[in-house]
Design a protein around this ligand. Structure first.
Ligand code: F6P
Length: 547
C-alpha cells in the first residue's frame, strides 16, 4: 500500500468545507427545501436491482442533511484529495489495509467480490462449514443418544455474535422451514444468559457452536465450559459430549484441546476481521437457519461491493454515507448517530452497527503515528421503531443536542400495520426536521380551546426545535438480498471514513486494556489498581461473602 496519507486538515477541500459550514450553520433545514424544489430527487441515490435493472433495490435519501450541492461537491473533492480511489483499490486487491497487524481485510472475498489475498483461499473452510450446516438441516447430525440434533446454540461475543444474531433474527421469519433447527445465541458471561437458554433446551438434541476466532475470549470460554458441564450433568459422564459441540475458530489446536473434534472446527481466514465475519464460517448459524437463502445474502453484499467499487463518487452510496457522516461529525459537531431501523427483525441492528463503527473507527492514532485532531467515529446508539418513539425520541424532539439519524425502512407488504410502520418512519424523519415553532404551538393549543393565558404558559413547552438531520434508507423489503446490501453498505461507509481520517479500522487494540484489567482483578491483584477500584473490589467481595 503506497502511503499517500495527508492529515485531512491539510487538504485544500478541508478548508473550503469549513467555510461552507460557517455559511450553513444555523440555517433551518426546511428552508433548503423551500429554496430548491429539485433537492429531494437530486440528493437521493439508488442501488439498482440486479434482477430488474429498472427498479431500485435500495434508495438512500440524503436530502434532510444540512448541506447543498456545493458542500457535496467539496466533500467529493475531499475524497479525491485523500486518494480514496486508491484506498478502495487497495481494499479490493488484498493489500495490507490493516497496516498495524500487517494483514489484508478481504471479507468481500467471502461474497465473491474480490479474490482472496495472494496465497490464500476461502474455499476449503467454507465448503466444510456448508456441508456441516446442511447436515444439521437434513437431520444427519446425531447426538450422543442417537437423536438428530435440532437445536443450535451459538456461543460467541462481539463479531462472533452480533452479525449472526442480527441476520438470523432478521431472516428466520421469511426463510425458516421444517429443516431449520431452532437457533439461540449466548454471549454474556453473566450466568443468566446461558441459563435462560439451557432452561428451554433438551441436551439430547442440542448442538453448541463455539464461535471464537481466537478461541481465547474469556466470556466465550466460560460459556462453553458451562455448556460442557450441563451436557455432562444431563447426559451422564460417559456420554459422547463431543457429538454436541462444533466450533468456528482459527485456533484449531486450542479448540481441539477443549474437546472439539478436528473435523468440526471451521476456520475463517485471518484476513476476515471479527466484526466483518458474518459472511464467513461465523455465519454458520444463519446458514443453518435459512439454508440456501444465505447465498442471496452474499449476493446482496456482492451487489453493494460492485456499486462501491465501480460507481463514480458522485453517485456512490457508501461514499456519500461516509462523507456526510464525516461532515456531521467534524464540521457540524454532531457527536452521536442514532440507528433507527423500522423493522422488528432489525432490532439488533443498532448493536451490530455500534461494534462496526465504534470498534473500527473509535481511534485517535493516525497512519503516520500522530494524534488525530479531529473527532473520529460518532457515538452510535439507537433502537427499533416504533418502540423507540415511546422512549427516547422525546430527547430528539425537545432535547438540547443535535443527533444525526439513520432511518432504515424496509417497506414490505401492503398490510395495515406494516403500512403504519413505514408511515411512522417517514413521519418521524419529517417531524424531526420540521419541528414546531412558538406560533404553531400556540395554534395547536388554541385548537384545544384553552384560555389565552394558558396558551401563553404552555406554548414554550410544546415547541420542538426540529432540524435533526437524517438519512433515510428505503428497502423494498427485509429479505436476504437487501440485508446483505445494507450491511455491506455500512461496512464500506466505515472504510470511507477511516481512509479520510487516516486510521486503521481493522484493529482493536483499545479493548485489550480492559481485558488486562479484568484479568488482574481475577487474579486478586486489585491492589495494583487505583484506590477506588481496589475498594470496590473489596466491597464486592464482602457482598459475596454475605450471600
Ligand atoms: O474484544 C474485542 C473482540 O476481539 C472483537 O473484535 C471480536 O469480535 C470479539 O472480541 C470476539 O473475538 P473472538 O471471536 O476471538 O472470540
Amino acid at each position: 500500500m503506497t502511503d499517500n496519507f495527508i492529515v485531512p486538515q491539510r487538504l485544500r477541500a478541508w478548508t473550503a468545507l469549513a467555510s461552507h459550514a460557517q455559511r450553513l450553520i444555523g440555517r433551518p433545514l426546511p428552508t433548503l427545501f423551500a429554496d430548491d424544489p429539485g433537492r429531494a430527487k437530486r440528493l437521493s441515490l439508488s442501488l439498482g436491482s440486479p434482477v430488474e435493472p429498472d427498479r431500485a433495490a435500495i434508495v438512500a435519501d440524503f436530502s434532510k442533511h444540512l448541506l447543498d450541492d456545493a458542500v457535496l461537491a467539496e466533500l467529493i473533492q475531499l475524497a479525491r484529495e485523500a486518494h480514496l480511489d486508491e484506498g478502495i483499490h487497495c481494499l479490493f486487491t488484498g493489500e495490507q489495509v490493516n497496516f498495524t497487524e500487517g494483514r489484508a481485510a478481504a471479507h468481500m472475498a467471502m461474497r465473491g467480490s474480490c479474490p482472496p489475498p495472494p496465497g490464500n483461499s476461502t474455499g476449503v473452510s467454507s465448503l466444510a462449514m456448508r456441508a456441516f450446516a446442511f447436515a444439521l438441516r437434513d437431520g444427519n447430525l446425531i447426538g450422543s443418544t442417537g437423536k438428530p440434533l435440532r437445536h443450535l446454540v451459538n456461543i460467541g461475543i462481539g463479531g462472533s455474535d452480533l452479525g449472526p444474531r442480527l441476520v438470523s433474527e432478521a431472516l428466520t421469519d421469511l426463510y425458516a422451514n421444517e429443516s431449520s433447527p431452532r437457533v439461540d445465541f449466548v454471549a454474556n458471561i453473566d450466568p443468566r444468559d446461558i441459563a435462560a437458554v439451557l432452561e428451554r433446551s433438551d441436551a439430547t438434541d442440542t448442538l453448541f457452536l463455539v464461535s471464537s476466532k481466537s478461541f481465547g475470549t474469556a466470556e466465550t470460554l466460560a460459556n462453553a465450559e458451562a455448556a460442557r458441564q450441563w451436557l455432562r450433568a444431563s447426559l451422564g459422564s460417559d456420554a459422547d459430549i463431543g457429538a454436541h459441540f462444533a466450533a468456528v475458530s482459527n485456533a484449531e489446536k486450542t479448540a481441539a484441546a477443549f474437546g472439539i473434534q478436528p473435523d468440526r472446527i471451521f476456520p475463517l481466514p485471518e484476513w476476515v476481521g471479527g466484526r466483518y465475519s458474518v459472511w464467513s464460517a461465523i455465519g454458520l448459524p444463519v446458514l443453518a437457519a435459512i439454508g440456501g437463502a444465505f447465498d442471496e445474502f452474499l449476493s446482496g453484499g456482492w451487489a453493494m461491493d460492485e456499486h462501491f467499487r465501480t460507481t463514480p463518487f458522485e453517485r456512490n452510496i457508501p461514499v456519500w454515507l461516509g462523507l456526510i457522516g464525516l461532515w456531521n461529525t467534524d464540521y457540524l459537531a454532531i457527536e452521536t448517530l442514532a440507528a433507527l431501523p423500522y423493522a422488528h427483525g432489525l432490532r439488533s441492528f443498532p448493536a451490530w452497527l455500534q461494534q462496526l463503527e465504534m470498534e473500527s473507527n473509535g481511534k485517535h492514532t493516525l497512519r503516520d503515528g500522530s494524534e488525530s485532531l479531529l473527532h473520529t467515529a460518532p457515538i452510535v446508539w439507537g433502537g427499533a421503531g416504533t418502540t423507540g418513539q415511546h422512549a427516547f425520541y422525546q430527547l430528539l424532539y425537545q432535547g438540547t443536542r443535535k443527533v444525526a439519524l439513520d432511518f432504515i425502512v424496509p417497506v414490505g407488504e401492503d398490510e395495515p400495520r406494516q403500512r403504519a410502520l413505514v408511515e411512522n418512519a417517514l413521519a418521524q424523519a419529517a417531524a424531526l426536521m420540521a419541528g414546531r415553532d412558538f406560533n404553531a404551538s400556540r395554534a395547536a393549543l388554541a385548537r384545544r380551546g384553552l384560555p389565552a393565558a394558558e396558551i401563553e404558559r404552555l406554548a414554550p413547552h410544546l415547541t420542538c426545535t426540529g432540524n435533526q438531520p437524517s438519512t433515510t434508507l428505503l428497502l423494498p423489503k427485509l429479505d436476504a438480498f437487501h440485508l446483505g446490501a445494507l450491511l455491506a453498505l455500512y461496512e464500506h461507509k466505515v472504510f470511507v471514513q477511516s481512509w479520510i481520517w487516516g486510521i486503521n479500522p481493522f484493529d482493536q487494540y483499545g479493548v485489550e486494556l480492559g481485558k488486562e484489567m479484568a484479568r488482574a482483578l481475577a487474579l486478586g491483584h486489585a491492589g495494583a489498581q487505583d484506590a477506588s477500584t481496589a475498594r470496590l473490589a473489596a466491597v464486592a467481595e464482602s457482598f459475596r461473602q454475605q450471600l
